[in-house]
Every structure is written in structure tokens, then in C-alpha cells.
Write a protein of this length. Structure first.
Lengths: 328, 88
């Protein structure tokens, strides 16, 4: 990632429902521009006790009920040396969970060192889970791809192809047939949880718009309804549209699975030649259904070939038998 | 491969009209043309891609082209930026 991800960006993340971090800033606003450089978190229990060996000072510090009670005790005893030392280490931010209020002395030290103090009403374990998920997404490997992403029968299909080959038109027909648009033209692909490719619009602010040659820019949500869009979707199949090249050998059987590598993850890959008279949306629909069958363990092409082989075997056996009997 | 760095000089930034102008110009060349802004790279022949860049006033963009007519392509695109897309 070229751009630094700051605490302010964390507060600005547009997360909803079970992902919402629900953070508010209690103090240390000037420090909101501090960068967060790692998706790891730290519970500063040991540090508050004065033990700073291997202290994860580049991590967001999480104060749960235990840490909060301890800070209250330290504040009551006017023994805030360790808290001062904690803030001297330029930590990116500290977060109080359960909606807990840090004592005034704590806030004062945080303000003095310019470190943001955040608060969330969520329970610690829940907040930690959400924050790890959110930061994991932020620090995931990513790439913007010139393509269209649609969800077809529950399968995320990434449509690749040169400009003007008909990606958007294909997607439009798929939407018309009841499938969903995730993003057109610029798809941001992220690798999350190791080997899952997640695609979404490169700029969520622009919403689900499409450019169709001859029509201009159209708003899919308004034209086809909210049922026809999706914010993000795992990429499970890649279809490359290309102008039919009569010199090229296209896959005629489909028994071998080809994969295309994006961000180090291989995804089933089909090359679909385009020419007048070929209805690409229906081909993509069929490819998506075929992909679902494969996920269920049924490979049309392989199964077909096995039947052929079985049939040939039995034909051979029959011939051999008849020959032995001297009938032919 | 030819590259050139340009800056968005018109106040409004790259909105729909300049984007259409860029795509029109880029489509006249057979080269593969890309715009780079920070870590984002998009195809210059895609209008939504260019708008998605969100290139406001004073944003710097690297134009890169790869193909037979790469130099002409980069130069004529750079000229659009210099002329502020005939705006202001």
C-alpha cells in the first residue's frame, strides 16, 4: 500500500452492521493523523505494569475492563509513570471498549503526547474481532483491474476483455436477466483470508454506474432496483471475452481446468470468443451454473468422457466376444 | 513503453466531460494506455475507470502507453491536460 492508513482513516471506514466499529474520539485529535502500520493489536496490561520488553508500540492498544480498572487504580494512587512511558512510545491510538471512560489524568497525558483516545460501546472480544477483520481488509494485497464483476446464480464472475469487446453490454444483459452488478469497468480486487479474492467497485462513492456506448452513463440501481446490485463479491470464475480469432484453438471439450492468477490466487478461467450470433450472457450464465456443478463435484466434460470410455470398452468387449464365437 | 507525468490543471478536476475527451483521444490509438494515480492503475480507454480515479485539481497522474503509436498517444493525451481540457 503506497498511501499511509491513519487513525482518521480507521474512523472514516464505512462499515455496517456486524462490521461496524462504532468508534468515537475522546481526546488527542491532533494525533488522528498517526499512521497504523500493522493489522496487529495489543493489550497493554504488561506495559501498564512497567514491563516494556517486546512491547508492540506500533499497534493499536486495546483497553478492556481489566486495563481500565488498572488505569483507574493507578490514577487514584497518582502513580502514572507507566502510563506516561506508554504514551512516550508513540503508539498509534488506544481504544477503550464497553464504552468505558478513562480517568481525567489519563486523558491529560494522552493529550500532552498527542495520542488519540478512542472509545467504543462494543465488548472487547467483539471489538477485537471486528478490528482485526477491518484492518485485515485494509492491509490486504490489492489491485485495480479493468473488468466487470457480476454475480450470476451466486457465482462471482469477473468479465475481462479489451475496450469495446462488450463487457458492459454483456453485464447489462445479465442484469436484465435478474443477475447482479458488483462493479463495472474498474474492479478493485483484494486478497483476504489467505486465498479469497474479493472484488468491489474501485470507488464506492460512484455507486453502481455503467457506461454503455450510445447511451452514456446509466445508474443501474435506479433503472433496475436495489435487487440488481451488490457491494462486493468473491471472484469465483473469470471469463475473458475476445474477438473471435479463427487461427486460435478454443477449448472444445472443457475437461482441463485452466486457472488465471490474480494476486497469487488461481481462479477458474475461460476464454470466450465473441462474434455476431453468439449470445455471450447465456454462455456466461451456463458457465456459472457449470461452475456450481463442479463445486458439487459433478464435472460435465469429465463425466461425459467417462461415459464415452465405458461405452467404447463395452463395444470392444462385444466385438471380441462375437469374434471369438466366429459370428463375424 | 512511453511514460509522462502530468498534473490536472483545471479547477473542476476530471469530471465526466474531460473523461469523455480523454477516452475519445485514447481510443484513436492502438496502444495499451494506462493512467496511474498513486497506487491505482486504470485503462485510459474506459470512461468509468477514469472517473473512478477521482482526480481533482492538482492531482498528478502518470500516463503510460505501450504499443506501436505509444509516443503519439502519450503526447496527445498530455496536451489535453496542458490545455486544461479546454476549460477554465
Amino acid at each position: 500500500m503506497d498511501q499511509q492508513f491513519t487513525v482518521l482513516d480507521l474512523l472514516d471506514l464505512d462499515l455496517k452492521e456486524h462490521n461496524d466499529l462504532d468508534l468515537t474520539c475522546l481526546a488527542g485529535r491532533p494525533g488522528l493523523l498517526r499512521p497504523i502500520v500493522t493489522p496487529d493489536l495489543n493489550r497493554p496490561g504488561l506495559a501498564l505494569n512497567g514491563f516494556f520488553d517486546n512491547f508492540g508500540s506500533d499497534r493499536v492498544q486495546i483497553f478492556g475492563r481489566g486495563e481500565h480498572a488498572f488505569v483507574e487504580k493507578l490514577a487514584a494512587e497518582q502513580n502514572l509513570v507507566n502510563v506516561k512511558q506508554l504514551f512516550d512510545r508513540e503508539i498509534p491510538a488506544c481504544v477503550f471498549t464497553h464504552g468505558l471512560e478513562p480517568p481525567e489524568e489519563f486523558i491529560r497525558i494522552a493529550e500532552a503526547s498527542g495520542c488519540p483516545v478512542l472509545q467504543t460501546p462494543l465488548a472487547t472480544s467483539e471489538f477485537v474481532m471486528r478490528l482485526i477483520r477491518a484492518l485485515g481488509n485494509v492491509f490486504a494485497a490489492r489491485e485495480t483491474i479493468h473488468a466487470t464483476l457480476v454475480e450470476v446464480f451466486g457465482i462471482g464472475v469477473l468479465i475481462l476483455g479489451d475496450s469495446g469487446v462488450g463487457k458492459s453490454e454483456t453485464a447489462l444483459e445479465l442484469i436484465e436477466r435478474g443477475h447482479r452488478l458488483v462493479a463495472d469497468d474498474a474492479v478493485e480486487v483484494r486478497r483476504v483470508a489467505g486465498n479469497i479474492l474479493l472484488g468491489q467497485g474501485a470507488n464506492p462513492a460512484l455507486g453502481h454506474h455503467m457506461e454503455i456506448r450510445g447511451l452514456g452513463i446509466i445508474n443501474i440501481t435506479h433503472l433496475f432496483g436495489v435487487g440488481s446490485i451488490r457491494d462486493d463479491k468473491q471472484i469465483q470464475l473469470i471469463c475473458q471475452l475476445e474477438v473471435w480469432d479463427s487461427q486460435k484453438a478454443y477449448d472444445r471439450i472443457g475437461a482441463d481446468e485452466r486457472k488465471l492468477d490474480i494476486l497469487g490466487v488461481g481462479t477458474p478461467y475461460l476464454e470466450i470468443p465473441v462474434k455476431p450470433g453468439r449470445n455471450i450472457p447465456i454462455i456466461i450464465e451456463t458457465a456459472a451454473m457449470n461452475e456450481r456443478l463442479k463445486k458439487m463435484g459433478y464435472y460435465s466434460a469429465r463425466e461425459f468422457n467417462q461415459n464415452i470410455m465405458r461405452w467404447l470398452d463395452s463395444e470392444n468387449a462385444r466385438k471380441a466376444y462375437l469374434q471369438k464365437k466366429g459370428i463375424t | 513503453m512511453t511514460e509522462k507525468e502530468v498534473t490536472v490543471r483545471n479547477r473542476a478536476g476530471i469530471h465526466a466531460r474531460p473523461a469523455a475527451l480523454i477516452v475519445q483521444t485514447a481510443s484513436q490509438y492502438s496502444s495499451q494506455i494506462e493512467f496511474k494515480k498513486e497506487h491505482e492503475t486504470i485503462n485510459a480507454k474506459s470512461i468509468m475507470g477514469i472517473i473512478t480515479l477521482g482526480a481533482g485539481y492538482n492531482t498528478s497522474i502518470t500516463i503510460s502507453a505501450d504499443g506501436e503509436d505509444e509516443e503519439d498517444a502519450v503526447n496527445s493525451l498530455a496536451r489535453l491536460f496542458e490545455n486544461r481540457f479546454e476549460e477554465d
